[in-house]
Write a protein that binds this ligand. Structure first.
Ligand code: PEP
Ligand code: MG
Length: 753
């Protein structure tokens, strides 16, 4: 089959010819399926279109029984066709009838066809139909075939838009867009409240022309637009104090890197050479990136792919010549999008941008990180948001409770206006408490540091009054880079972190924690059964010492004459830490022989995040200057409970006496040896957990920037001696959890959070 699709340009032309003819739309569809079946050597080619209420109706077929046309209708995501439309992604099966979603329709006679390839017909990011090819012989279609079918689907989408086939209102009809108030649930990625009118991020407009008339002219348009895109980023970079501040440069730099990526340009060029216009080609590549992205579980890599999408959207806007003046806001606005890029966010006027509501997104996305730094609430993973929201409608975003209210009734609006005022007072209060000592009522000092990973986090040191950076996750920079960052590039970032902190606030750099669920593009990817327990972090560092050595070198260069703290992640045996230390010694020796200025002091630390290490505390404390407790990993291994699996979230309570006793052993050993121990996992930012940890002798916490104010306030309300007595009494009360007891204690002692 692949030899016959080697001339996609001709095929596209033929299809375009068929579609442009004066024949009625139904006739044209019938001819389209014939041409596609013939060209793809498929026994079946069918087109299903979406009708009101999400019904998928067979509109044309070559190969299935003709009487099934307009008779076969599938409701609510039924069948494989429904699955393709629902996921808006291709589906490639060699044994379709044995797929659990296969729905047997006797009128079509399709049970004899084993292989199935379905791709969505997309309009404005939504599947408005599905194009399917089927063959009798079981086989998986090649990636090239999938690409070709996607390209064809794109051309067909032009025809679908013609009003003769399906009324456009019907294509986008949705039972929930009836003006009734509705509530949608999501996850709060950046906490806060926002109230305003819905505004869609003007994404790339729908492709207007799909088939190129003049391939050379399209190639020229692409090159000119790419040059303009680069210029846009260059000009942002040339203003160190842009409207959003110089600290965002690294994000823009990442985007610029994508904009000059040759692989990306070549793929778009190839799509143009196959007969698409430049705008259609860019959208096609975006679609296949999306399809690839959906296969990736690793959230960080998904972010990288999303950054690509962000840059692609900008390119498409340039290709369509309507990129200017789109982002001016004139009233309080809630930005609504399937996903949003950091660069997009920065273009909106912060005075009016009250919140962001997105269908996708993650907590660690650039956009989220920046929104958090700017104090813009973000509610993410709000499913169905694009279908439910209409431009200009009122929306209340409650990114404290994880909820959005569309078209809210008046009483909800009133409540929120009141809550908003309270929230604003609260934030102002945290800011005013920034310089207060983090000390309990009975005088116990607590060290409060913050976690960081990108340059955009650094201004939070001053905003929050954190005492330093207790965990600098160096892998963030690696995860957003397409190639291994050079020593010089790494050095720049580390030096910037040390500069921002100044001489009095420590920065603890953690060496790379990559691999596992944080795959980087420049290392061979291995399929692992249990990536969190796999080849990750220091295991990679010790197996590929060059990577670790380069990073240590960059850290030493960056520190030059200053104090630096370095720690190693995922250490399971003290022997591993010793090896790390000897590599560091080698680098230090090299530094001196090359005449570089060494750091004034190097503190060496170790993450405790693998349970085996807890049973080696006696020798561990002798090897380190400080320790950090990574509760995120430690607790996932303690409970054998995948931290990234939403189905398990909340299943085990960190306030279970078993977990607390385990953690107490660590605090006792570290305190006895007088080795500073900092909690740097998420547990350290949760109020009741902090009460438990303080009761057990933990006095150092490194938390996300937004948690610094709340934890400081919490600590200042505690009478530690009294809390400890209470804790010691209740620790054995309930084998399941002491959460309720602690909650009651807090209430009885007027500890508010
Ligand atoms: C941890 O495991 O608790 C930790 C701080 O590291 P990370 O979340 O980066 O794995
Ligand atoms: Mg960890």
């Amino acid at each position: 089959m692949s030899q016959t699709i080697s001339q996609p340009r001709l095929l596209l032309r033929r299809l375009h010819g068929v579609m442009g003819s004066a024949a009625p739309a139904q006739d044209r569809l019938d001819r389209v399926v014939r041409v596609v079946a013939q060209n793809m050597v498929a026994e079946v080619c069918s087109i299903y279109l979406t009708r009101a209420g999400g019904v998928m109706e067979l509109f044309a077929t070559e190969g299935l029984r003709p009487e099934a046309v307009h008779t076969t209708k599938m409701t609510g995501g039924e069948g494989l066709v429904g699955l393709v439309a629902e996921r808006n992604l291709p589906l490639n099966l060699s044994e379709a009838p044995s797929h659990p979603r296969f729905s047997f329709r006797p009128e079509t006679g399709e049970e004899m066809y084993h292989s199935f390839l379905g791709v969505p017909i997309v309009k404005g990011n939504r599947a408005v139909g599905v194009l399917v090819v089927q063959n009798v012989a079981p086989r998986r279609y090649t990636p090239e075939e999938v690409e070709v079918l996607q390209t064809i689907a794109m051309v067909i989408s032009e025809l679908v838009a013609s009003e003769e086939l399906v009324n456009p209102d019907e294509l986008f009809e949705d039972a929930t867009t009836t003006g009734q108030p509705i509530t949608l649930d999501g996850q709060s990625f950046s906490r806060g409240l926002g109230l305003g009118k819905a505004r869609f991020l003007s994404p790339a407009a729908a492709v207007r022309v799909t088939v190129a008339q003049d391939v050379d002219a399209e190639l020229e348009n692409l090159d000119a637009s790419l040059a303009k895109l680069r210029l846009q980023f260059d000009s942002l970079l040339s203003e160190p104090e842009t409207k959003v501040g110089g600290e965002y440069r690294d994000v823009i730099e990442t985007f610029r890197m994508f904009a000059v990526d040759r692989g990306w340009r070549d793929r778009i060029r190839e799509a143009i050479q196959s007969g698409l216009t430049a705008e259609a080609a860019a959208v096609r590549i975006q679609q296949s990136n999306r399809a690839r992205m959906s296969q990736i579980r690793d959230p960080y890599l998904r972010e990288r792919m999303h950054d690509f999408e962000d840059v692609t959207n900008r390119l498409i806007r340039i290709l369509q010549h309507h990129e200017d003046g789109a982002n001016i806001l004139e009233e309080d606005t809630i930005l609504v999008a399937r996903n949003l890029g950091a660069a997009d966010l920065m273009e909106f006027d912060r005075k009016y941008l009250k919140a962001v509501l997105i269908e996708e997104g993650t907590r660690t996305a650039h956009m989220t990180i920046i929104a958090r730094a700017l104090g813009i609430p973000v509610l993410g993973r709000v499913s169905g948001v694009m279908e439910h929201v209409q431009e200009g409608e009122d929306i209340v975003v409650d990114a404290l409770e994880g909820r959005a209210y569309l078209r809210p009734a008046d009483d909800i609006l009133e409540t929120f206006r009141a809550n908003l005022a309270v929230r604003e007072e609260e934030l102002a209060a945290f800011a005013s408490e920034r310089d207060l000592p983090t000390e309990t009522r009975d005088g116990k000092q607590v060290t409060l540091l913050m976690n960081a990973g990108l340059l955009v986090d650094l201004p939070s040191l001053d905003h929050t009054g954190a005492g330093g950076i207790g965990l600098f996750r160096t892998e963030f920079q690696f995860l957003v880079a397409p190639t291994l960052p050079k020593v010089k590039e790494q050095e720049k970032i580390y030096a910037a972190a040390l500069d921002a902190a100044g001489p009095d606030r420590p920065v603890i750099f953690r060496t790379l924690d990559i691999g596992g669920d944080k795959q980087v593009p420049f290392l061979p990817r291995q399929k692992e059964e249990n990536p969190a327990m796999g080849w990750r972090a220091i295991r990679i560092g010790l197996d590929r010492p060059a990577l670790l050595r380069f990073q240590l070198r960059a850290l030493l260069y960056a520190a030059a004459g200053r104090e630096v703290s370095i720690m190693f992640p995922m250490i399971a045996e003290v022997a591993e830490l010793r090896r790390c230390k000897s590599i560091l010694q080698k680098e230090l020796k090299r530094l001196k022989t090359h005449g570089h200025k060494p750091p004034s002091q190097i503190n060496i630390g170790c993450m405790i995040e693998v349970p085996s290490l807890v049973f080696q505390m006696d020798s561990l404390v002798k090897e380190v200057d400080f320790l950090s407790l990574g509760t995120n990993d430690l607790m996932q291994f303690f409970f054998a409970c995948d931290r990234g699996n939403p189905a398990l979230s909340g299943r085990y309570d960190l306030l279970a006496p078993s977990a607390l006793r385990f953690l107490k052993q660590i605090a006792d050993k570290a305190n006895a040896a007088k080795v500073p121990l900092t909690v740097c996992g998420e547990m350290g930012g949760q109020p009741l957990e902090v009460l438990a940890l303080m009761s057990m002798g933990f006095t150092r916490f490194s938390v996300s920037p937004t948690a610094v104010g709340p934890v400081r306030r919490l600590v200042r309300q505690v009478d530690l001696a009294n809390l400890k007595q209470f804790f010691d009494r209740v620790i054995d009360n309930d084998p399941h959890s002491i959460r309720d007891s602690l909650q009651n204690y807090a209430r009885d002692h007027r500890i508010r959070f």
